[in-house]
Design a protein. Structure first.
Length: 186
């Protein structure tokens, strides 16, 4: 009987030692969560978008657009690791748009300037984009074609606001402000 109790106690001590060792070893393993919650890179963006004259009309039509964007307040693992972050972006393209309704066939190309002085060529489309009196949200998948983050996908989610715009209300809207978030996924 004494032998059985002794073995049981030794097994309990062994089990406790294994559990404690495993806990100690795992405490040094970074867990997914807070450190990676922001993804690779997320930045606030502000800028302007312009449409070639005669601007956006009441009926859907193809219009040339361009934008100039500035980035700030970047966060994520790329920032934590000291990787390049975007400073500015300029794009141009075409879309079928009108003052109020869904925007179709949005495509564009452009260049992102990074804080390390280099640049990347990008291309974009739209998942969803709509306007009401020239103002509205949009989600734009971006593919980084060259330079930093080459081959990565990014997302530009912004809202275009025509209300404080000097070119007047729609129709004939030729410029507006944009505010949103630029994100590069892991």
């Amino acid at each position: 009987m004494t032998l059985l109790i002794s073995r049981a106690m030794n097994n309990s001590r062994f089990a406790l030692a294994v559990a404690l060792s495993a806990f100690t070893a795992l405490s040094w393993v970074p867990l997914a969560g807070a450190a990676n919650a922001a993804g690779m890179l997320s930045c606030t963006e502000t800028g302007t978008v312009t449409w070639s004259p005669p601007g956006i009309g009441t009926l859907p039509s193809t219009v040339n657009w361009s934008d100039k964007i500035s980035f700030s307040n970047c966060s994520g693992t790329a920032v934590d690791q000291g990787l390049p972050i975007p400073v500015s972006e300029e794009d141009q393209g075409t879309e079928i748009a009108n003052c109020s309704g869904t925007v179709d066939a949005h495509t564009g190309t452009g260049t992102i300037l990074w804080n390390d002085g280099t640049s990347s060529k990008v291309s974009s489309t739209a998942i969803s984009q709509s306007k009401q009196n020239g103002t509205g949200p949009g989600n734009f998948p971006i593919r980084i074609l060259t330079g930093n983050y080459r081959g990565k996908s990014a997302t530009d989610s912004d809202t275009v606001t025509a209300s404080d715009n000097p070119s007047g209300p729609c129709p004939g809207l030729t410029s507006a402000t944009l505010d949103g978030t630029f994100t590069i996924a892991d």
